[in-house]
Design a protein around this ligand. Sequence first.
Ligand code: CP
Ligand code: NVA
Length: 321
Amino acid sequence: MAAHQRLRGRDLVDFSDYTTEDVHALLKLALVLKEAQKTKFPHAILGGQTLALIFDKASTRTRISFEVGMAQLGGHALFVPGETSQMGRGEPIEDTARVLSRYVDGIMIRTFEHATVQRLAEFASVPVVNGLTDDHHPCQVLADVLTLLEHTGRLQGLTVAYVGDGNNMAHSWLQLAPKLGIHIRIAAPAGYLPNADIVEQAKRDAIRNHSQVLVTTDPQRAVENADVIYTDVWASMGAEAEAEHRKRIFSEYQVNSALVRWANPNYLFMHCLPAHRGEEVTAEIIDGEHSIIFDQAENRLHAQKAVLCALMADAGAFGEE
Ligand code: CP
Ligand code: NVA
């Protein structure tokens, strides 16, 4: 059985229950699917299958890459805006999970509380994929490591410095990087540091995979000799009301020409997007020669297709029954 076939029927709520081998299997499959798409090689692996896309928050990349991905895989994606469904009127997520499982073959959800996705996954009989919660963004970080693999040819031993809010992106990096032997450093202001339990688990994973985890309030310390500088918005979806207050708190955490001077001279700049030029990053850096933001955005498509195939494809769909 191919490594990715062990993932059939599983969920991707976050990366806490994925092994190093599971993640490498997804990356390998993503590269195969990317090649198939580029060479127009037919890969209707999910022919006849439907994926529901529940959105309680805005999206450009996630919605479009999942819809296009399902089309390329020969399946169908169904956009379900949370606020116009009965979920928006308080129908329990447990009932929604059981109802949708009677119609569709998989569910992607973008929502606020991580516990909502955990409950959806518990009660749905079809795979559930997290398209972003307040605490995690696993599809984004999977696309990010795929992008790094393509740009650098390796993952083990790379140093990624994440500068900014200790938010969903920071948590997903803390979960995934140590499993792949990537050194992960997070620099965030006091009061905005990542969740302590996630940091502790990351440190345990790092010991097993010979990598290091550093959480600091000093952006320069995080960026010193780093191979990758990553940032994200200072006010995530749901925290818009704090935006002005956060601009003051985070001003020392802007990725600009003064900060990147401390990095490896060949550093790569990454951002999950959407970005606010002049806030978390200057235009000079995000639009400069080290930036690989649009490769990241493209790889959402390929990484998520790998996730959907691994979780949803019928036995034998890959021709290796
Ligand atoms: N990076 C990301 O998830 O983008 P969207 O909010 O546009 O989906
Ligand atoms: N941290 C950001 C990521 C957007 C893709 C947010 O949650 O809004």
